[in-house]
Design a protein around this ligand. Structure first.
Ligand SMILES: NC(=O)c1ccc[n+]([C@@H]2O[C@H](COP(=O)([O-])OP(=O)(O)OC[C@H]3O[C@@H](n4cnc5c(N)ncnc54)[C@H](O)[C@@H]3O)[C@@H](O)[C@H]2O)c1
Length: 455
């Protein structure tokens, strides 16, 4: 793997071109010192670059078999050297449906755990599971991931990995203590455009990297108010509790990879603002009868939450979240460097010296820069354009070959942190909030990531 960002970061520092109101290196170092003082004492060695123990067959247990878990199950079943050995959901019908799908695929029936909110503990305690995949409501992610690791399992968590700073530190501490990996299963990091931009960025085609943008802009109003889509309508409940970026990792994960965050740069602080919260109340007014219990709900989550995140090297990431208004889907997915820019939705590019400054260039012309996963494997079956499958393919590959995972607990904690940090910033009048350095000072260490070499 060619890891160029430490190089480009050194270039920025050497030329004195670090952005930010005349900040010098001494100021940056002082910022790091402040962050260091905030580190809780480590309970084990770093998990950066630690390889999986090689496994012939990866035995998978799944917790959460709703929309996401049930749609990922057939993709796990497609993978060579992967067996589904245990299933769990608070809803026993969901467990039975999923078990039938496994048997219908010609595989042995998995063990079934279901009915109660804490049946996942029995799945975690099993001795026929190597990896636990968690696709439950957000409030369950950290307790389940910690339980899995404490029982000796590697764990993959849906987004976000945790919802408080204390939870995110608990994930880091538990991973380091138990020597088990905790992986934010951020499928958007495996999108074709994202991986092509990543390769081009690391090949220096955008020059020195300056800023990026990422988002989750998805009109979820109908699903949020559906009586049947989300179990107990858990997702809408978060809009009554937290005014912040409720789903940061789809936007942040890919941009953090472009900028080699935790591999040469790090996120230092965030400033956030939300618009008024109007969309869900307007939808309720238009679609719900006057006696619907949803009329009792106060929506505190501003429709659009916008954050600016600064990095140690002075770069900036713009992060946006809005699921409460009508609009076409977008994750923004932008990257600007000193030699050009990429913008997604729709994909377009401008690169010097050949680009015409009055016209976007064709993204298709850069297909030769695709990541090996898209050249040699993708897209594969399943949803989200094939990136879900590629993420699981690569996960299984790293586990079977005994390689380090592409995404580790430090990435998981860092990418999830805007959930709580943006809420803190907004509550403080958009004050700048420091990012915890979950790597405890190792953020400048190059180590494997999604810009992987084909094994
Ligand atoms: N990466 C992606 O593209 C993507 C897409 C959709 C959803 N997600 C994520 O997947 C997760 C699940 O979302 P969903 O849309 O499937 O929601 P869902 O409501 O359809 O499914 C959640 C499931 O978890 C079960 N559950 C709740 N509490 C439980 C407990 N204590 N023990 C066991 N099971 C429990 C519910 O019964 C339900 O079946 C969320 O974190 C969501 O953000 C990710």
């Amino acid at each position: 793997m060619v890891d160029r960002t430490p190089l480009s970061r050194r270039t920025l520092l050497r030329t004195g071109a670090v952005a930010g109101a005349g900040l010098g290196l001494a100021d940056l170092a002082a910022g790091s010192a402040a962050a260091q003082q905030a580190w809780p004492a480590a309970k084990g060695d770093s998990m950066m670059g630690v390889p999986f123990e090689p496994l012939d067959t990866v035995r998978v247990g799944i917790i959460g078999l709703g929309n996401r878990g049930a749609s990922m199950l057939p993709l796990f079943l497609e993978l060579e050297g992967v067996a589904i050995t245990a299933l769990c959901d608070a809803n026993p019908d969901a467990v039975n449906r999923a078990a039938k799908a496994v048997v219908d695929a010609g595989r042995p029936e998995p063990a079934k755990h279901g009915g109660g909110d804490h049946d996942f503990e029995a799945l975690c305690a099993r001795d026929d599971v190597d990896f636990v995949y968690i696709a439950t409501p957000w409030e369950w992610h950290t307790p389940m991931a910690v339980m899995a690791m404490r029982n000796g399992k590697h764990v993959g968590v849906e987004c976000p990995a945790g919802v408080t700073t204390a939870e995110l530190w608990e994930l880091v501490d538990t991973s380091e203590q138990t020597r088990r990996h905790c992986i934010q299963l951020e499928n958007c990091c495996y999108g074709q455009n994202e991986l092509r931009v990543l390769r081009m960025a690391h090949d220096g085609m955008f020059g020195d990297l300056l800023y990026g943008a990422g988002a989750y802009l998805h009109d979820l109003r109908e699903l949020l108010f559906s009586k049947t889509y989300y179990a107990k309508q858990w997702r809408r409940a978060w809009h009554t509790k937290v005014n912040g970026d409720l789903y940061p990792t789809h936007g942040l994960g890919p941009v953090a990879a472009y900028l080699d965050v935790n591999r040469g740069d790090r996120l230092t602080r965030i400033t956030s603002m939300s618009t008024p919260a109007l969309g869900l109340a307007a939808y309720r007014q238009e679609h719900l009868p006057a006696d619907d219990p949803a009329w009792q709900e106060p929506y505190v989550k501003g429709d659009a939450t916008m954050s600016l995140i600064q990095t140690e090297a002075g770069r900036v990431i713009h992060l946006v979240h809005d699921v409460s208004n009508g609009r076409p889907y977008s994750r923004l997915n932008q990257l600007q460097g000193t030699k050009g820019v990429f913008e997604d939705y729709p994909p377009r590019i401008y690169l010097e010296p050949t680009g015409n400054p009055h016209e976007w260039g064709s993204w298709d012309d850069y297909a030769g820069h695709d990541h090996w996963l898209w050249k040699d494997v993708g897209p594969g079956p399943g949803g989200h354009g094939g990136m879900d499958y590629l993420m699981l393919y690569r996960l299984a590959q790293t586990m079977r070959l005994g390689l380090p995972p592409d995404i580790d607990v430090y990435d998981s904690a860092t990418w999830s942190a805007p959930f709580v940090l943006s809420a803190e910033s907004i509550a403080g009048g958009s004050s700048a909030v420091d990012f915890p350095d979950f790597t405890r000072g190792r953020w400048d260490t190059p180590h494997p990531g999604t810009d992987s070499a084909k094994p």
